[in-house]
Design a protein around this ligand. Sequence first.
Ligand code: GUN
Length: 297
Amino acid sequence: MKTKILDGNEVAKFLKKNISEQISSLKNKNLIPGLAAILVGSNPASRVYIKNKEKVFLKHNCFTKTFKFSEDSSEKEIIDFIERLNSDDTYHGILVQLPLPKKFNTKKILHSVSPYKDVDGFHPLNSGLLIEGNPNFIPCTPKGILELLNYYNIKTTSKNIVIIGRSNIVGKPMFSLLSQNFEFGNATVTLCHSKTKNISSFTKKADILIVAVGVPNMVDAKMLKKDVDIIDVGINRVNDNTKKGYHLVGDVNFNTVMGIANSITPVPGGVGPLTITMLLHNTVKACRLFCTRGSIG
Ligand code: GUN
């Protein structure tokens, strides 16, 4: 059996057609979706992600500006700045790139983003609405994974889905979405984490396995049931002798699962492109909501 590669770029291209139409129709009303990105410190991966986001937004005729803060900035400085962005009508969405340097209280900073502009879906109002089953902004990576499963017709109803990783960015919202009573949910979902005993006993029962831990090659073929569909969310840098000095690998040991898994997302080119596409989707949605709501400044 050949393992199918789930191509995130192909899905992103498909979804962007619809998003582009929405952007054009907003343009007819003289509205350009705008995203303010906040980058604190000098995490090299975060800088790459922000650059990639800027490229996609500009390519789709949206406005984006990145505001850079040094690690020496104070929490108050950042929060005051976010509060100004909250009432600035140029920006329909605000994103704080994570992780923040350790000295910052991440929750406090994320809570200062207006829930109306919270295109990451990390504000407690939006995470609460998601758990309630009435989501407003769905976090970008979980939303991208649902779109990928839909595109490749991988059904979730009554499946055993195992998620490894309990982050607020992926694991927890993914758990909530997949267990809910809607078309892309209705699964029996198990959330494994660093304190889970005998993780293989869970992963071996998975019809769909979602791995989001940030540990290179953590999952290999021995942990899997045959024909599992695998979503690998990990994007890990492994140092090498190339000019760049590193290459990217996922949380799943890709080569070992070939011929065993039914399908898998590659790294890079799997979930990554979908996260950015969903950020675009959420920013366009924030701009549409702004149209009906008017300024909240
Ligand atoms: N860092 C890793 N993933 C994400 C994400 O989806 N949003 C933000 N803001 N930071 C991240």
